[in-house]
Design a protein around this ligand. Structure first.
Ligand SMILES: *Cc1c(COP(=O)(O)O)cnc(C)c1O
Length: 400
């Protein structure tokens, strides 16, 4: 079948809740993907950072095959011999005493919000059902009804109310607004250390440290959503590490499985995670042995291949080189590690047309919102590959 035939089928039979670039991928290997016509592309999206370890990493693949031949799902009604090891390895890697496994990122965010509410009632003494959670404008935390309830993006929420109460939304990066908004009923502050979906928005230096300080001072939990920024993407294990901030709860997903399988988790110390009692929360597939084995392998690859240091090194080089392109269209190039946003001037037109032009030259990048092109290749990328891509990006940014 040809590209157009696949696209026709997808358009006819599938919900149109995405607007993909018209490339039909049939195979991936490392930083590269191949379409059904045999064209090769550099993947500069990495499935929104789920593919930090690259496509079809052989060691993660082997772990998936080995585990799939043994047992894939037990449900948490019984125990399995992979989940305890994942717990132990997550604790060793991250320093958090406990973890709670889920599948999608949105589920893990919901888990963290539920835990924060329980903490508010059982530990802080907030009156029942009065807990407030502070969030930030332009956030992206997923697509459930509760999560879109505190989205500021009309596209994500306009037709989907009524919304879940209990959330306060503040301008991102504004410490004073946080200070003013905390009340005795505030359970938590939920923040992305860099707003990826909003267009790679890096908050002012000191913002996260300031939020941490306020949370300590006012007896409020700090929840960091590191689903996109975590596990090496920004050149540190967590983006919060750039400011030396340790949140009370860390939400991870995406690259936790190296792109093989949906695995997410909430990390916290015992004094918080210990609040969950049997029956209060769960998921049929959460913590399954296949996902746990895959996540263990994905974390090993991150460590053994030194991907976090490579992300810092290659990210610095890539960003520097992109910033030097004297394009009349570019307003700003920003980011940390290999999470890079190129913001176009409003008069440059939609970022989409630049992504189409990049695709025609063998580079897959995706616009985020209207005016930002995100460059976030797998963390295994080397300088030679970046040097292959740069002239093509230059050509698009200079001549379009
Ligand atoms: C992708 C993402 C989510 C949602 O993850 P899903 O697996 O798509 O549910 C939540 N928060 C952030 C910061 C993300 O980037």
């Amino acid at each position: 079948m040809k590209t157009q035939e696949y696209i026709q089928l997808e358009e006819n039979y599938g919900a149109h809740n995405y607007h993909p670039l018209d490339v039909v991928i049939t195979r991936g290997e490392g930083v590269w993907v191949y379409d059904v016509e045999g064209n090769r592309y550099l993947d500069c999206l990495s499935a929104y950072s789920a593919l930090n370890q690259g496509h079809v990493h052989p060691r993660i693949l082997q772990a998936l095959i080995d585990q799939a031949q043994k047992v894939t799902l037990t449900s948490r009604a019984f125990r399995n011999d992979q989940l305890p090891l994942l717990y132990q390895e997550l604790a060793a890697l991250t320093g958090y005493e406990m973890a709670l496994p889920m599948n999608s990122g949105a589920e893990a965010v919901e888990t963290a919000l539920k835990l924060a509410r329980k903490w508010a009632y059982r530990v802080k003494g907030v009156p029942r059902h009065q807990a407030e959670i502070i969030t930030f404008e332009n956030n992206f935390h997923g697509r459930t009804i509760s999560i879109i309830s505190f989205s500021s993006e009309p596209l994500y929420k306009d037709d989907f109310g009524p919304f879940t109460p209990g959330f306060v939304s503040l301008p991102y990066g504004n410490l004073n607004a946080v200070k003013q908004a905390i009340t005795p009923n505030t359970a938590a502050i939920c923040v992305e250390p860099i707003q990826g979906e909003a267009g790679v928005i890096v908050p002012p230096e000191g913002f996260l440290r300031g939020v941490r300080h306020l949370a300590d001072e006012r007896n409020v939990l700090l929840i960091a959503d590191e689903i996109q920024t975590g596990l090496g993407r920004t050149g540190k294990l967590f983006a919060c590490d750039h400011e030396g901030v340790r949140p009370d709860m860390m939400v991870i997903g995406k690259a936790l499985s190296g792109g093989f399988y949906p695995v997410s988790a909430v990390l916290a110390d015992k004094k918080i995670m210990g609040l969950f009692q049997p029956g209060e929360h769960g998921s049929t597939f959460g913590g399954n042995p296949l996902g746990a084995a895959v996540a263990r392998a994905a974390l090993r690859v991150l460590r053994d291949e030194d991907l976090i240091a490579n992300s810092a090194r290659m990210g610095e080089y890539f960003l520097e080189q992109l910033a030097e392109i004297p394009s009349p269209h570019v307003k700003e190039v920003r980011g940390k590690g290999l999470l890079i946003g190129v913001e176009l001037k409003p008069e440059a037109g939609d970022a989409r047309r630049f992504c189409e032009a990049l695709k025609d030259r063998g580079i897959l990048a995706k616009e985020t919102h209207q005016h930002v092109i995100r460059f976030a290749p797998p963390l295994i990328i080397d300088q030679e590959t970046i040097d292959w891509a740069l002239p093509k990006i230059r050509e698009v940014l200079l001549t379009l």
